[in-house]
Design a protein around this ligand. Structure first.
Ligand code: MN
Length: 432
């Protein structure tokens, strides 16, 4: 079941933190959790509010938080907070909304704020396991056409939410540079592969799904229960070396093309905050099979999709040197997912696989039906054949050293204050 809309979403509610009112990402209606450290101090949990961060550990110490959330807010990761029961999560959110909107709370809470610009952000959770899915139907079609022109979508796609187990320890927080990987690549004209730096480095625009309450090994998660196991969402960039990928992916799927680095945004936008932005899962095209019963839930079909707008920006070294703003490469909706978040969670646990609090699921690249919303360079440039022309005269087939990719997302709905995710960004360093 999706979370309810309540007074924490009230568009009339404002914050005594002035920068929060009208903030593109973090108005008082959002309240995302993250792990931050003020300059020279230890990491701790916080809530983003405008251009500031409210120190949750200090709030707990000051007795400002509900008893059920106090311990979770004292950790230096969000794993325990993510696993809080639904009712306790809602109570904490309501309390934080009151603290940050009630002018009577300003005297007590203002000393617990930090300027975001002076803080370092860390991974939100200890990620025990990371799995990447492939739910972007347009991405699957576009990529499938390049790898297998006669057979773009394999016959299992419309029955199985396709995924693979990725590497948790190379998932890094936004801002940490990614080093261009070396690996085996075999250009079509070459008789044998060579070991060298990738020449087809790409990004993938994805959402990251944080698991809240887990399930024990040997048990599964009913589709009607799956939303309860999702703590929130971040932006996720699944960096990909397309030349390695094309050579290595059969028969076991992605490996070194993907596991050298993945970037996740630091703020966890909760499923509570996203409640007003839930929309119906788009109906499947005529002739597609219905999901098998274990993946079918009427409420999930009615509210399981997210009305988000996703954007990708590029800042090249030359643009940075010239003081130019990042250029937008794409903009599209998050509704072109063939499977809902609940369906990928349920499918993942359907064989008894145990999900744990703080596990991360990538949705897979989310591309729109049309070019302006394609979520990777592989698609935007048709495998590098049609480079993107940048305003300063540069061109990009794939990424070059010094390029920085920035992902953004915003949620907007009539009658509600829009919220955003902050940035997911990283720069490419030369191969070592
Ligand atoms: Mn991916």
């Amino acid at each position: 079941m999706r979370r309810p809309v309540d007074e924490t979403h009230d568009p009339a509610r404002t914050s005594w933190v002035a920068s929060a009112n009208g903030h593109r990402d973090f108005p008082v209606q959002n309240l995302p959790y993250g792990i931050f450290s003020p300059a020279g101090e230890a990491a701790r949990a916080g809530v983003a509010i405008g251009d500031a961060i409210l120190d949750l550990r200090a709030c707990a110490a000051a007795g400002l938080l509900p008893a059920t959330a106090r311990e979770a807010c004292r950790d230096d990761t969000l794993n325990v907070l993510m696993a809080l029961a639904t009712a306790d999560r809602a109570t904490l959110r309501q309390r934080l909304s009151t603290i940050l909107s009630d002018p009577a709370m300003e005297g007590m809470a203002a000393p617990l704020l930090h300027d975001s610009a002076a803080c370092a952000m860390h991974l939100p959770a200890r990620i025990g396991d990371y799995t990447d899915f492939y739910v972007g139907i347009h991405h699957a079609n576009n990529v499938g056409r390049q790898f297998r022109p006669d057979n773009p979508l394999l016959p299992n796609y419309k029955y199985v939410p396709i995924g693979y187990h990725g590497r948790a320890s190379s998932v890094r927080v936004s801002g940490e540079p990614a080093v261009r990987p070396r690996g085996q690549r075999k250009p079509p004209e070459a008789g044998a592969p060579r070991f060298e730096a990738t020449q087809r480095l790409d990004y993938e625009l994805e959402l990251g799904v944080w698991i809240g309450e887990g399930n024990a090994l040997g048990t599964s998660i009913a589709i009607g229960d799956a939303e309860r196991h999702i703590a929130g969402l971040s932006l996720f960039n699944d960096w990909s070396a397309r030349d390695f990928q094309a050579w290595e992916y059969q028969p076991l799927g992605p490996f070194l093309a993907k596991n050298f680095h993945s970037t996740v945004s630091p703020w966890v936008v909760t499923t509570e905050a996203l409640a007003p932005f839930r929309v119906a899962q788009p109906s499947r095209p005529e002739g597609d099979p219905a999901p098998l019963p274990y993946l079918w839930d009427a409420d999930d079909q009615a509210h399981g999709a997210l009305d988000l707008t996703l954007e990708v920006f590029l800042l090249t070294a030359a643009m940075r040197a010239a003081g130019a703003a990042p250029v937008r490469l794409s903009r599209g909706p998050a509704t072109s997912m063939y499977w809902t978040l609940a369906q990928i969670v349920t499918h993942h646990a359907s064989n008894g696989c145990n999900l744990n609090p703080g596990d991360l699921l990538g949705t897979g690249t989310i591309s729109a039906a049309t070019r302006e919303g394609f979520g990777s360079l592989l698609e935007l440039t048709t495998g590098g054949r049609d480079p993107v022309a940048l305003p300063n005269g540069e061109q990009r087939g794939f990424l070059e050293d010094g390029d920085e990719i920035i992902l953004r997302a915003s949620a907007d709905a009539d009658g509600f204050v829009p919220i955003g995710f902050g940035e997911c960004r990283a720069i490419i360093l030369p191969a070592r």
